[in-house]
Design a protein around this ligand. Structure first.
Ligand SMILES: NC(=O)C1=CN([C@@H]2O[C@H](COP(=O)(O)OP(=O)(O)OC[C@H]3O[C@@H](n4cnc5c(N)ncnc54)[C@H](OP(=O)(O)O)[C@@H]3O)[C@@H](O)[C@H]2O)C=CC1
Ligand SMILES: CC(=O)[C@@H](O)[C@H](O)COP(=O)(O)O
Ligand SMILES: [Mn+2]
Length: 436
């Protein structure tokens, strides 16, 4: 099978503007003057990772000094040439691959060749390899902030490692929060840092922006927007015939294979509802989803007096990534703004819960708590792989999640061992269900 993460990487978003370089804000100048923020980029070769490096490159070109310095990079083993190129460009002290010793040797060779060609022959980063490599990179002692752009719940150990090392965590890897839940929140609280956990997911970045400076009591509901994905408007019967290629044709975002497939099934929105609950402590019954096909309004907060605040910008992840890296500061020119001189239409419609039951399913799993959310995610990851392998039809992804969740017996303890054991069980059980 070809694993989803091994499929061709979607292109990153083009440069937003050819206008003159914007001026840095006083806050960003101060950040640079205090010494650049030292960052670790996990999943650096993916959609989030490459856009994060675009943000760093652009921000460091602003007048007033470089606000960021990359101290470590980590990726899988799928794109070693790109990882080597990134290492030489950033001069990261640590470069990690989840691959084997042979992969590490190939990475070192490629870095050596590229460094020599770039006139930086003395650049010799520490190279880490193996399943724990990203976790070690996340705990890098010189780091201030870790961006987790790994895909899947394999990102949980690095998420915990970053927080336990006392680093601020800019979190794109929503699966680690879903699987780890209270464990991740505890690690964030124990770090003693205000704003230890900064959301990078576009909806949660929007919510964090709308919630800044307010109080919990004034919030009535959170409203997450969903593009509707490529299958918006299809019935469940019609979804039986859709292909992996069609599932990867996202209408508004260029992203990795797993999150794109999850957008098509609404599993992404389901994960995001629970992510919002965990990040902002709003009960699940007060979190709604509305379909907004243009993906310009990234989410909304409805307040008790009937007011609603929405965050709007053209779909471009560089904005929430830049805010995550520079938090609480904004990076001028991170992405293009809305063009209000042109006629524009934003539309909103309800989610079809019969064709797309994932959101209801995760709300039930979230209410049951414990390891149920980890089981939801792990079963989904297995089912997505099976769909891309041609082993199942599209609706069987969420059907499999529902079956496995329905059988799950929570042991009543939530520690890392319990989460990992529940995940192992869910993956095994999902494989059995998928094979039927
Ligand atoms: N892309 C987007 O716009 C958005 C993404 N997100 C979330 O961000 C996360 C990343 O998504 P996306 O960038 O699209 O995914 P991609 O598939 O594009 O990238 C995944 C990255 O993770 C790396 N990776 C895989 N396994 C490991 C491992 N064991 N150790 C270290 N690195 C590993 C991959 O390396 P390799 O190249 O070697 O395979 C790659 O760099 C997901 O959780 C997603 O839901 C959230 C909002 C928007
Ligand atoms: C860009 C981002 O944050 C993705 O998670 C996005 O939300 C996916 O789009 P959907 O709204 O289709 O799930
Ligand atoms: Mn999102």
């Amino acid at each position: 099978m070809s694993s989803p993460s091994a499929a061709p990487r979607p292109q990153t978003t083009p440069e937003p503007t050819s206008e003159p370089t914007p001026e840095p804000t006083p806050e960003l100048r101060a950040l640079a003057a205090a010494g650049p923020r030292r960052i670790v980029v996990l999943g650096s070769t993916g959609s989030i990772g490459t856009q994060a490096l675009d943000v760093v490159r652009a921000a460091n070109r602003l007048d007033g000094g470089a606000p960021f310095r990359v101290v470590a990079l980590a990726a899988g083993r799928g794109r070693l040439p790109l990882l080597a190129e990134q290492a030489v460009e950033t001069r990261a002290a640590v470069v990690a691959t989840s691959g084997s010793g042979e992969d590490a040797q190939e990475l070192a060779r490629r870095i050596g060749e590229r460094a020599a060609a770039a006139g930086a022959g003395d650049y010799r980063p520490e190279i880490l390899h193996g399943p724990e490599a990203a976790t070690a990179a996340a705990a890098h002692p010189e780091a201030d902030l870790v961006l987790n752009g790994i895909t899947g719940s394999i990102g949980l150990a690095p998420t915990l490692a970053a927080l336990r090392a006392g680093h601020r965590l800019a979190l794109a890897n929503k699966e680690s929060l879903i699987a780890g839940g209270a464990l991740v929140k505890e690690a964030a609280a124990a770090s003693g840092r205000p704003d230890a956990l900064i959301p990078v997911d576009s909806e949660h970045s929007a919510l964090a922006q709308a919630l800044r400076g307010g109080s919990a009591a004034e919030v009535d509901r959170l409203v997450l927007t969903a593009s509707g994905g490529p299958f918006r408007g299809r019935t469940r019967a019609e979804l039986e015939a859709v292909t992996p290629r069609e599932a990867l044709r996202h209408p508004t975002w260029d992203m990795g294979v797993m999150v794109t497939t999850n957008s098509a099934s609404m599993v992404n929105k389901a994960l995001e509802v629970l992510e919002a609950h965990l990040l902002f402590d709003v009960p699940l019954e007060r979190i709604d989803v509305v379909v907004h096909p243009q993906s310009v309004v990234h989410s909304m907060v409805q307040f008790v007096d009937g007011s609603t605040l929405a965050q709007a910008s053209p779909p471009d992840m560089r904005l929430p990534i830049a805010l995550g890296l520079a938090w609480p500061h904004r990076v001028p020119g991170a992405a293009a703004a809305c063009d209000w001189t042109r006629a524009t239409e934003w539309t909103f419609e309800p989610l079809d819960r019969d064709a797309f039951p994932a959101v209801e399913l995760i709300k039930a799993a979230g209410e049951r708590g414990g390891t149920h959310p980890a089981v939801f995610n792990a079963a989904n990851e297995e089912a997505v792989h099976a769909f891309h392998d041609g082993r199942i039809r599209f609706p069987a992804i969420v059907d499999t999640v529902e079956t496995v969740l329905g059988e799950h017996q929570d042991g009543g303890v939530l520690d890392l061992g319990a989460v990992l054991e529940a995940e192992r069980w869910a993956r095994r059980r999902a494989q059995e269900v998928l094979a039927r």
